[in-house]
Design a protein around this ligand. Structure first.
Ligand code: MN
Length: 160
């Protein structure tokens, strides 16, 4: 039976990349979030929320903003292991996501509502308590516009 991390592990050669192989695991206490600045082919910010033993992940092409007028595209990507939340380093040339990863922000997050329902329905309200990102945010999935250009993985990250 496939686990939530199969896609993550399939995309990477752990003999070559310094990224953690990871495993799904239960963590105690507050839920963590992390934003990693990933200087890959295209610079982006990986926004990750701890849920159900993994990090739910979105790639945000522009720096996340505290301005409620900014709407940040956030493309959902594969779940990452919790251990990834502490990862910083250089992914070698030729490997998936080649480039440097540094932690841009981290802290705790508090969902406002049921997370599984929110992920299914495409609307997640939450509070962030990080160094840079603080306060109430929403991730909302954009409607699928056409079959040729499916938008089901595209969300917007909004500051409330
Ligand atoms: Mn990335």
């Amino acid at each position: 039976m496939p686990t939530q991390l199969d896609t993550y592990q399939r995309k990477r050669d752990f003999r070559r990349t310094p990224e953690p192989r990871g495993a799904r695991r239960r963590a105690r206490g507050k839920l963590r979030f992390v934003v990693q600045r990933h200087d890959a082919t295209r610079l982006h910010y990986d926004f990750r929320l701890e849920h159900d033993g993994v990090l739910k992940s979105w790639a945000v092409p522009k720096e996340p903003s505290l301005n409620p007028k900014d709407r940040r595209l956030a493309v959902q990507t594969e779940d990452h292991p919790l251990d990834y939340g502490g990862f910083e380093g250089e992914i070698p040339e030729g490997e998936y996501g080649a480039g440097s990863v540094v932690i841009w922000d981290r802290g705790h997050w508090q969902p406002l509502g049921d997370v599984d329902e929110g992920l299914e329905e495409g609307k997640l309200d939450f509070e962030l308590a990080g160094e840079r990102l603080k306060g109430r945010f929403t991730l909302v999935r954009m409607a699928e516009r056409s079959k040729r250009k499916p938008g089901k993985d595209s969300w917007l990250l909004l500051k409330r």
